[in-house]
Design a protein around this ligand. Structure first.
Ligand code: SAM
Length: 307
């Protein structure tokens, strides 16, 4: 199948200027999120527990090295550059690449963070307010996170970080506790999973037909969902939803401490275990060294050296 063009409604995106996009369990799937949102979003947070476990953050190729529309300006590494331990409590690391997006002349930052998705959402103070929650291509099977980000309670938690009128970009992966076809096709959020759980996965439809093929709906908290775009395919088409919460009655979210007590064997980013320093001061002692990477040209080839 030929690649379908993106559907990006510009008027909707103006208000996302200078906010963050958060994509947990992102693996190497960077480009659609960046291409669709880089005229608007400033900080892109890609979070995966396997980042910099085989190769040091000081020595990995820039994410957009093959993209002519982006010029790399700077690279910075914070935290432990390589972490091979089997210890389930991860020492985080953030590699931040700063680019100029040449068509819009905007500066964007791509943060690749080694860490757990949930810990990052709860404790990564640097991430700030979200304009977009991006999540796709994940599963409960081998290699997938099994984290049910689209469960009702998790969506409510996401909304404590997403601005009102922020967007969800989802292919319907890891839909909920019973992410089987029959239950997702009945539930309140069924439109979010429409293509993921259909036999054809929306494959014969154009981008425009995909957007028109799902219906707006309101959930039990009076949040209104409207599909406004399409951001490429992963396990299914990635649909962009505008969530209007101006009249919503948000449920109480249990405190993080309570959520943690409810698990028998929780795993965290070390930040949380060490202290909740991250929100206030930055990295805990011993992880404070920020490395910088200098870009050079050597016989007309690019080289990166560590300062
Ligand atoms: C099936 S891959 C999908 C990657 C990406 N979404 C894509 O479409 O290519 C799932 C990824 O989630 C990561 N992962 C698994 N559990 C995680 C967790 N709790 N927090 C963050 N990342 C996790 C894995 O390392 C893996 O890269």
């Amino acid at each position: 199948m030929n690649k379908r063009p993106y559907v990006i409604p510009p008027a909707q995106l103006e208000r996302l200027k200078d906010l963050s996009l958060f994509y947990p369990c992102s693996g190497e799937d960077y480009y659609d999120a960046i291409a669709v949102f880089s005229p608007y979003i400033t900080d892109f947070w890609f979070v995966d527990k396997r980042y910099f476990t085989l190769r040091s953050a000081l020595d990995c190729p820039p994410v957009l090295r093959r993209k002519a529309d982006y010029e790399l300006l700077d690279v910075k590494v914070e935290g432990l550059p390589l972490f091979r331990s089997r210890d389930p409590h991860i020492w985080p690391c953030i590699r931040t690449e700063t680019y100029k997006h040449l068509p819009s002349k905007r500066v964007i930052r791509i943060h690749k963070r080694r860490g757990y998705g949930y810990s990052t959402m709860r404790y990564e103070g640097r991430m700030g307010k979200l304009g977009v929650f991006f999540y796709r291509g994940d599963s409960s099977g081998e290699g997938g996170s099994g984290d049910h980000w689209l469960r009702k309670s998790k969506l409510s938690e996401i909304y404590t970080h997403l601005v009102d009128g922020g967007l969800l970009a989802l292919d319907g992966s890891n839909g909920g506790v019973n992410s089987q076809r029959h239950s997702q096709l009945r539930g309140a959020y069924k439109e979010l999973f429409k293509y993921f759980y259909s036999w054809t996965n929306g494959e014969r439809l154009t981008s425009k037909q995909l957007v028109e093929g799902v219906s707006a709906f309101t959930d039990e908290y009076n949040r209104h969902y409207e599909c406004i775009g399409y951001a490429g395919d992963r396990y299914g088409p990635t649909m962009i939803w505008n969530v209007d919460r101006s009249n919503s009655a948000e449920p109480l979210i249990p405190s993080y401490e309570k959520i943690i007590r409810d698990y028998d064997n929780p795993t965290f980013d070390r930040f949380w275990l060490t202290d909740r320093l991250n929100r206030i001061k930055g990295f805990p002692d011993g992880l404070e060294k920020p490395y910088r990477i200098r870009k050079e040209r050597l016989r007309s080839r690019r080289r990166y050296s560590v300062e």
